[in-house]
Write a new protein. Structure first.
Length: 86
């Protein structure tokens, strides 16, 4: 299991367009499980509506956990995605 924390910098927080791109990217890794957690709330990152329902705003810190095949590589790619889009 590999995880990282990220503080959202985008003024819109985690919003629809980049979240949709993230879900599409994650679907290219079929043997991996990714969760995004904010406080006590944790969701499967492949579920766009659940991700959006978290209501992550600018300044909120989320923890992303990656489990499965090539988790180190996938976690690094996801972390770079967060830095670029959120």
């Amino acid at each position: 299991m590999k995880s990282f924390s990220y503080t959202v910098a985008d003024p819109a927080g985690i919003h629809a367009r980049p979240a949709g791109i993230l879900v599409k990217e994650l679907k290219s890794y079929p043997n991996i499980a990714v969760t995004v957690a904010k406080g006590e709330q944790s969701v499967n990152a492949l579920r766009l509506m659940a991700l959006m329902a978290m209501g992550v705003k600018q300044g909120d810190t989320v923890t992303v956990t990656v489990e499965g095949e090539n988790e180190e590589t996938v976690a690094a790619k996801i972390e770079e995605f967060f830095r670029t889009y959120f």
